[in-house]
Design a protein around this ligand. Structure first.
Ligand code: 5GP
Length: 204
């Protein structure tokens, strides 16, 4: 038996829009062999997004049917659209010992904290709300109304982030990434993920 084999780690990253979360997640997936939890959403695909890779794009009716069937590990309404994490792939990936990366909002993370005891929750903070606003304006993808809504959500999410396992302030991307990868590596050492190690070692 391979006693180095461990359980998969659910690694859940939350951050307000414009904090650099997507870039940090991409870097983490390039360096480590994560599986990524592909969410379902009712929002329209953005340019370049691929169904089944970035999201599963569903109608509101399709989403509600899945929700009522209990097909989601968590779901939430974010910026007026529904988002949910499919339950079956999540269980399959973790059972297979794969570390699973989630990009979800704070409401969804709070739900997963009740059902995934081994999960680690990371919140990425902006250096300030002013910098966040500048980043949202400079990326030129949102209307002023959407930016105002995202800033209001950012305020609420930051205010609700006290229970997370780790906070990272993304002032400098390289420093933020170093902190994130170091935290991930330390999480993989948790005895909770290596449940069989002691019994296997001592029975040899
Ligand atoms: P976007 O539409 O910009 O891709 O995502 C908007 C927000 O929805 C982000 O904060 C993202 O983390 C969150 N989100 C994406 N997928 C899920 C999900 O499956 N569940 C929850 N609760 N939030 C999600």
């Amino acid at each position: 038996m391979d006693f180095t084999k461990r359980m998969g780690l659910p690694f859940i990253i939350c951050a307000p829009s414009g904090t650099g979360k997507t870039t940090l997640i991409q870097k983490l997936c390039q360096e480590f062999p994560f599986s990524f939890s592909i969410s379902c959403t009712t929002r329209a695909p953005r340019v370049g997004e691929i169904d089944g890779k970035d999201y599963y794009f569903l109608t509101k009716e399709q989403f509600e049917e899945k929700k009522d069937n209990g097909d989601f590990a968590e779901w939430a309404c974010v910026h007026d659209n529904y988002y949910g994490t499919p339950l079956k792939p999540l269980q399959e990936q973790l059972d297979a010992g794969h570390d699973l990366l989630f990009d979800i909002d704070v409401q969804g993370a709070a739900q997963l904290s009740l059902s995934l005891p081994n999960a680690q929750f990371i919140f990425i903070h902006p250096p300030s709300l002013q910098v966040l606003e500048e980043r949202l304006v400079n990326r030129c993808t949102d209307t002023p109304e959407t930016i105002a809504k995202r800033l209001k959500n950012a305020h609420a999410e930051i205010n609700a982030s006290h229970w997370f396992d780790a906070w990272i302030v993304n002032n400098d991307l390289n420093e933020a990434y170093d902190a994130l990868r170091s935290f991930y590596i330390s999480c993989t050492l948790s005895p909770r993920l290596h449940k069989n190690l002691i019994s296997t070692l001592l029975s040899q």
